[in-house]
Design a protein around this ligand. Structure first.
Ligand SMILES: NC(=O)c1ccc[n+]([C@@H]2O[C@H](COP(=O)([O-])OP(=O)(O)OC[C@H]3O[C@@H](n4cnc5c(N)ncnc54)[C@H](OP(=O)(O)O)[C@@H]3O)[C@@H](O)[C@H]2O)c1
Length: 214
């Protein structure tokens, strides 16, 4: 599959790029800075320079079959960037996917995006952005999967997770970025995950088995 990774230079994005390459997918690694090109190519991606706050056509002109959205404005920017990257950037990516026939779309959302109003004040714009982007994707014609990981860690991946449309016991609400990347790549080709919203935390079920049970 030809897969466009939006946010490929991010912490999850780099892991997704490398894992997609290892699984013999063709990877279009979207970055916004020329200095990031070499690193993405070492990971096995074809680097494409485009910015969520600008023109995405350089990425979509390459005709991806699928898109994985793992971009984010980060914790150190304000509400304006949350809205222009996490929300408007996501909506633009969904629109471009529809327009260019990239029918499979995997969104890295966040656990709690369905309860944005309960988020602490400082985090509410982020959760509102994630929530609205998810709702827009659900209403699109795309074969989406929305992954909602809990708090991300840099722990080594375990290759096992707790994945469900509604997890019963949230435990410590954590998951490693590596396991999120493994799950995102694994579910790309799993039809049972189409049109599903999946909560994802650390757990003891091998990733493929956990996703197959959705
Ligand atoms: N932190 C958490 O606990 C948590 C929990 C659940 C879900 N998430 C979500 O998980 C996803 C990935 O997390 P992460 O830790 O890998 O994030 P990250 O390391 O901050 O990566 C985000 C990537 O988005 C890119 N980006 C930002 N603005 C952009 C723009 N205008 N155009 C194109 N790319 C842009 C950044 O590019 P540069 O490299 O150029 O800066 C970066 O590569 C995000 O969607 C985040 O909201 C996070």
């Amino acid at each position: 599959m030809k897969v466009l990774v939006i946010g490929s230079h991010g912490q999850i994005g780099k892991k997704i790029t490398a894992k997609l390459h290892k699984e013999n997918h063709e990877v279009l690694a979207m970055v916004r800075n020329e200095a990031q090109v070499e690193e993405m190519e070492k990971l096995g991606g074809k680097a494409i320079i485009a910015d969520l706050e600008g023109d995405l056509s350089p990425a979509f002109n390459e005709k991806p079959d699928a898109v994985i959205f793992t971009a984010g404005s980060g914790a150190h920017t304000g509400k304006d960037k949350t809205m222009s990257v996490d929300l408007q950037g996501a909506l633009k990516s969904i629109d471009e996917s529809v327009k260019h026939g990239a029918s499979r779309f995997v969104m890295i959302s966040a656990l709690g995006a369905n309860n944005a109003e309960q988020a602490p004040d400082s985090m509410r714009p982020y959760f509102v952005a994630k929530s609205e982007a998810d709702q827009y994707l659900v209403q699109s014609e795309l074969d989406y999967t929305i992954l909602r990981p809990g708090r991300l860690t840099d722990n080594a991946g375990k290759g096992s997770v707790n994945a469900s449309e509604s997890i019963e016991d949230y435990g410590n609400r954590e998951i490693s970025r590596d396991d999120v990347a493994t799950a995102a790549v694994a579910l790309l080709g799993m039809r049972n995950t189409h049109k599903k919203v999946i909560e994802l935390l650390e757990g003891n079920t091998p990733v493929h088995d956990a996703l197959q049970a959705i």
